[in-house]
Ligand binder design. Sequence first.
Ligand code: GLU
Length: 640
Amino acid sequence: MRTVFWTRVLVLMLAAVLVCAGCGTPESPPAPAGPCAIVTNGTPQAKQEGTDDESAPETATGYRTGMTPVRTGHYAVATANPLATQAACEVLRDGGTAADALVAAQAVLGLVEPQSSGIGGGGFLLYYDAAAKSVQAFDGREVAPAAATENYLRWVSDTDRTAPKPDARGSGRSIGVPGIVRMLADVHTAHGRTAWRDLFTPAVRLADDGFDISPRLAAAIADAAPRLRLEEQAGAYFLNPDGSPRSADTRLTNPAYAKTLGAIATDPAALYTGPIAADIVAAATDPSGGRTPSLMTVEDLAGYTAKTREALCVPYRGRQICGMPPPSSGGIAVAETLGVLEHFAMADHRPTDLDRDGGRPTVQGVHLIAEAERLAYADRDRYVADTDFVALPGGSPDALLGADYLAGRASLISPDRTMGTAKPGEFGPPTAPVAPVPEHGTSQVSIVDAQGNAASLTTTVESAFGSFHMVDGFLLNNQLTDFSAEPAGPDGAPVANRVAPGKRPRSTMAPTLIFDAGPAGSLGPLYAVTGSPGGSTIVQFVVKTVVGLLDWGLDPQQAVSMVDFGAANSPTTNVGGEHPVIDISDDGRHDPLVTGLRELGHQVDIADQSSGLSAIVRADPGWVGGADPRREGVVMGDGR
Ligand code: GLU
């Protein structure tokens, strides 16, 4: 089915566009596209059977080889779906800001990529205001209801100490108070130029007129069908009347979503008060089918606020890398990894056989990055949570990112042998590490507008289809499963990321903006926008992209196309087997990267990776962007 779809897509294919200077690859002939035109890029390869990461809820859906970067003049946007990219691009074309374009993109993504993000979820945003030359971090993370206790995810109640049913995710307990709409409304108030109401028009039109289920959505539906069958609203929408999954190219309309968007277009508070809020609470607390209800109330919704936080900016290779502070651990973990890598001559480890797919990563390059990540994840696992509840060591990110500390961490890396599992730094009373859980219901939006503003938004319902609870045309998240269900470790020490009322679960989302370094540590001109979904592996996806851009001189398409590799804090090192350069036969025994890493002691896992990266980089003049060949995203802008 997927292959048939892609074959049809190929008929529309135009090889795009230009190659950045210094990429070391042959130039493709320029094929200028009209502004905001959907142009398919690359040659889809069907996914091989049996290569899934069984623990990853969102199915991998193959790889598009030979994607070329898209060069634009004044504005550019990348999302994980062509219809969402187009809606956002048209906002930019008509003079809207990055803030405006975000709203249009999210409204469409919630319709056409509902497995990954939507108005029932949350997100984190880094926003660059070009006129003020400042970066703001917006926190639209979901929160735990006021009635949640530290045992909320593991017990039905203090007197009924059995697990929530059917499990924490599918019960009401996983559902956090949604944050994305409030956050986007705040961003729009601060930075928008187009009328809020108008930003919903493309999504409402698509919801009313219908859109075709994409191959990736179809694969996600097929994967989740047994769970969707248990849900009345989600089942009726995503499944055929006989219970079979709706397939790619099926036309779907969603009048309930159109109606909800209409209310939000009139007033964003419509999600948080009144009938929609009442419907959310009713769905989350619905005990039918034996589901353990949420303890969310309409007061929880009415009381939700998005937060503005200070962006976390660190130097790397003469640039400033700005990321998301807690409650996401993504910014700190990316910054610590890069701070360790700064002690190594990474430019010496550039991929070989460089081609449009990013070439063949070197053993030493992957080894050093994976080791630096182990060290960063060890600290992230132990110390990072919602800082409104649990302070970081020393009370700020500085302790984990201090020059002496990073030099000490770097000295723990041997070029000849993996450390396997890293120890966290010693910063006082430990909290128990929590094993990373793969979670993949997330999407990345990267934007630069014609005024020079930029946005990197990572937006999520947590796992694919969130909690499977659907209300008024949208899915409710399962973000609270990002908390540690166990409030204390085996030694009885409290876990930093335990549940508490009003607390935000720790995230790994890492929206990232890169700037030239200005005088005295200030931000110079914007250089790049990037980010990715991928749950706890997000740090690995973002780091390989940043190193690819800054150390290896790859263009943004090569950097995101390059093999996904890296490690959390375990002896396992990921090398994405979906990439055509990796020989996955005989469990990688004939692949030089895999065997080279195994010789250094790495336990290499070659399961398919499912990043959803995008990157937009300054091209002087204009911008050049790349979208992840592992999903369906495209870059658009004003063609040059
Ligand atoms: N819930 C995850 C987080 O906040 C994101 C899930 C994903 O990327 O798929 O880190």
